[in-house]
Design a protein around this ligand. Structure first.
Ligand code: NDP
Length: 483
């Protein structure tokens, strides 16, 4: 049994209540560890540690902070195998994916912001007519809260923590209670890297108690949250009366738009990934596939054939395409959405059932599932399933597909497949999403702004946007005299 502990004031400590929760391995359905069931008292202790650490950390040089963050990045990379195995065990994702994507990206998050902070600058405005110079001081906020979900556990956790620390804040952070393991390993790495005590505090526990205590803490100045739209609304309601700075990265129902003039083979290969990578549990997955009528039948046949060849199974095996879903509850939710889609008239083209994997009979496996729909108003096209389920629908014109793509409450990302550059520009301008990928998917450059519109969130993270979020701009105006 693995016993995870909180990381507060530079030490690994038990929750004050001594209460622990069970942690499940989704690939076996068995309990394999325990995690602290922290409450507001643990959050308060973490906050105090962070508050005490803030004066020194915020005044330390950018070079010093950069060096420590780079050391953390290096140590994550040096321990890639251990981290990847932990992520796969905790989340159910293929080990190959954790090794190739999740953990290298967590390391890159630290090394990117270690460098970015040394390049971060602010504006100045001179007005020689009245002898003034205005410049913008960018100061750290103080103690900030970072709360992340279970789908890309360390990847998203570090995406918030790294810029917060780089810009001089101290942090109280909570990973998802469902996937705490790599955050715990990160605590140990921070100790090894010599991160001063209290600068980062990681508190494990349930969203409703531990997460809520972070959001409602009166002296935690900002919340960077990634998770579901409903939780985001709750957080916004709690934080708004205190005028906290908020960055909310929420759900998506992203269109994957395929025109007949695209590079067909590349599109087909990438569409498999954008539909089913990480068992479809990525906020950026293209879960609504719109295909131009002239190639619809061909795409449908080819896509079903390719998907039927995908292997669902033990995440530790090299040739596994889809591992387990994150929890039993989530598997049941995904299956309910599939059954509802069929009841509403959707045609099941492939999948639609849980999978029994030999020797892992109690694991939470589900077939990659394709459902053909004829209306964008069906539940499947309007609500986020966050699982290995995509819908297929045909369209006849650019105007029609833009209207369909924009017709949801979400606005996170979109993919467009076309070789017509004019069309790609027209589409990019009209799609109401925070990100548009043309002839690619999940092609992430960490310098770019990341976030969604409408119910997909508020604010942008990534690159300098994240450093701006975690700092307060202050206008300083100096009038000088010229003798
Ligand atoms: P949740 O919203 O359920 O949880 C996210 C985090 O918030 C978890 O750490 C959770 O803790 C915590 N939490 C839950 N309730 C509260 C609360 N009242 N106050 C404070 N914290 C709380 O999301 P999931 O973990 O289920 O993640 C899936 C969702 O995340 C999907 O909707 C997906 O689209 C979205 N997502 C968005 C991304 C983006 O960048 N836009 C990227 C990745 C995912 P606990 O788990 O312990 O309940």
């Amino acid at each position: 049994m693995i016993k995870i502990e909180n990381y507060i004031n530079g030490q690994l400590v038990s929750p004050l209540s001594e209460n622990y929760l069970d942690n499940y391995n989704p690939s076996t359905g068995k309990i394999y560890g325990q995690i602290p069931n922290s409450d507001e008292n643990d959050v308060e202790k973490a906050y105090q540690a962070a508050e005490n650490a803030f004066p020194l950390w915020s005044k330390s040089s950018t070079e010093y902070r950069s060096k420590i963050l780079q050391r953390i990045a290096d140590l994550i990379f040096e321990n890639l195998e251990e981290f990847a195995l932990a992520e796969s065990k905790d989340n159910g994702k293929p080990l190959s994916l954790a090794t190739a994507v999740d953990i290298p990206r967590a390391s890159s998050n630290f090394s990117f912001f270690a460098k970015a902070i040394t390049q971060f600058s602010s504006e100045s405005h001179e007005n020689s007519a009245i002898n003034t110079i205005n410049f913008t001081l960018r100061q750290p906020l103080g103690v900030v809260g970072c709360i992340s979900p279970w789908n890309l556990p360390l990847y998203l956790f570090t995406w918030k923590i790294a810029p917060a620390l780089a810009s001089g804040n101290c942090v109280v952070a909570k990973p998802s209670e469902v996937t705490p393991y790599t955050a715990y390993l990160l605590s140990k790495i921070c100790i090894e890297a010599g991160l001063p005590k209290g600068v980062l505090n990681i508190v494990h526990g349930l969203g409703a108690s531990c997460g809520n205590a972070i959001v409602s803490h009166p002296n935690i100045k900002a919340i960077s949250f990634t998770g579901g739209t409903k939780t985001g609304q709750h957080i916004a309601r709690t934080a708004a009366p205190m005028f906290k700075k908020l960055s909310l990265e929420l759900g998506g129902k992203n269109p994957n738009i395929i025109f007949s003039d695209c590079n067909y083979d590349k599109m087909l290969q990438v569409s498999l990934k954008s539909s089913f990578a990480n068992q479809g549990q990525i906020c950026l997955c293209g879960s609504r596939i719109f295909v131009e009528a002239s190639i619809y039948d061909k795409f449908k046949a080819d896509f079903v054939e390719k998907v039927s060849g995908m292997k669902v199974g033990n995440p530790l095996e090299k040739n596994t395409d889809l591992g387990a879903l994150v929890s039993k509850e989530h598997l049941e939710k995904v299956d309910e959405y599939v059954q509802k889609a069929i009841q509403e008239g959707g045609q099941l083209l492939y999948g639609g059932k849980p999978v029994q994997v030999n020797d892992f009979e109690e694991g939470y496996y589900y077939q990659p599932t394709i459902i053909e729909v004829d209306s964008n108003q069906c539940t499947l096209n309007q609500e986020e399933v966050f699982g290995p389920v995509v819908s297929l629908m045909k369209f006849s014109s650019e105007e029609e597909v833009i209207a369909l793509a924009n017709d949801t409450k979400y606005g996170l990302s979109a993919s467009v497949w076309t070789s017509n550059i004019d069309r790609s520009m027209r589409m990019s301008q009209q799609l109401k999403t925070g990100i548009v990928w043309v002839n690619t998917w999940l092609n992430r450059d960490l310098r770019t702004p990341f976030g969604g519109t409408k119910s997909s969130g508020v604010g942008r993270e990534g690159g300098l946007e994240a450093l701006r979020f975690f700092t307060e701009p202050k206008n300083v105006c100096i009038q000088y005299s010229i003798e």
